[in-house]
Design a protein around this ligand. Structure first.
Ligand code: NDP
Ligand code: A1CAB
Length: 257
């Protein structure tokens, strides 16, 4: 049994809990200000809730994941200063540096991650930064622990921001695309539910083909565009409307910390 502590049961914290609960060997203890929604979720998913850091620390979690709003994450880290030095700390707070976290918790192994909401179904993309001063066995333990939530992409800390923007913010950009695809189905007479199912199934399959084949997206696109056919007309329309530039611009806008 691994005792995992989650501080901050909001959107990201909840998604991580859902993913971790698939493994019966994970025992989840959380800390969050009193919130009936968190208590309701705790009943549904069967995890423990505490409302103070002191109470939380008394449960002796082996691994702590910080999914609190970025601006208060260092304050939370400071409140954890009496935690056992063997406790592994994993911060999901975007933009909070390793050195700043290390100043608060100098004796603990600390990892920075940028996960994404698909961790809820163990299909996440998790950008990971591990400092080279962390013992190799602990690095492996952290990597293996996170792998139960999805694909772990280990990078330098300087790369974590863009990795987090594409991997962490990306689901929202894909959701905008899915929503627009659904609208186009409804515009052409499909019921909304069917249109949304069609759109998400198509994106799931296209992403899996790109991921598994490792072919460049431009080659996969060429395989769909029959000469003089319908798809190339749609692709030309996307180009006319600066679709690719809009995507690049969205990532750059989100990546400005
Ligand atoms: N959402 C995402 O997809 C991703 C988020 N992240 C990171 O995760 C973190 C949380 O984001 P997100 O889940 O979206 O935000 P939410 O606002 O949904 O969740 C934040 C949670 O933290 C709780 N909280 C606030 N203050 C405290 C405190 N003092 N002690 C304990 N818990 C507290 C809030 O409680 P309450 O509201 O009940 O008061 C809330 O449940 C951020 O640092 C963000 O950068 C990283 C990658 C992806
Ligand atoms: O919107 C945010 O700030 C967080 C970080 C990555 C995804 N969500």
């Amino acid at each position: 049994m691994t005792k995992i502590g989650i501080i901050g049961v909001g959107h990201m914290g909840s998604a991580i809990i859902k993913g971790l609960k698939k493994n019966p060997n994970n025992k989840i203890i959380t800390e969050n200000p009193v919130n009936p929604c968190v208590d309701k979720l705790a009943k549904e998913l069967d995890f423990e809730v505490t409302n103070t850091i002191l109470d939380f620390m008394s449960k002796r979690p082996e691994i702590i994941i910080l999914t609190t709003p970025a601006p208060i994450t260092l304050k939370i880290a400071e409140e954890l200063k009496n935690i056992s030095k063997d406790t592994i700390i994993i911060s999901a707070a975007a933009g909070i540096s390793y050195l700043d976290l290390k100043k608060q918790l100098p004796n603990n192994a600390i990892a920075r991650i940028i996960p994404n909401t698909p961790v809820a179904i163990n299909a996440g993309t998790i950008g990971l930064f591990l400092s080279s001063d962390i013992d190799q066995n602990i690095q492996t333990k952290i990597h293996d622990f996170l792998a139960q939530l999805g694909d772990v992409i280990a990078v330098k800390e300087s790369q974590l921001s863009i990795v987090g923007t594409i991997g962490g913010c990306g689901p929202a950009f894909v959701d905008v695309f899915l929503d627009a695809l659904g609208d186009s189905g409804v515009l052409n007479g499909l019921p909304r539910e069917l249109a949304n199912e069609l759109a998400s199934s198509m994106v799931k399959g296209s992403a899996s083909l790109a991921y598994e084949s490792k072919l460049a997206p431009s080659l996969l696109r060429d395989q769909v565009c029959s000469p003089g056919g319908t798809t190339i007309k749609g692709v030309a329309s996307l180009e006319k409307n600066s679709f690719r530039h809009a995507v690049i611009d969205a990532v750059n806008a989100a990546n400005q910390n």
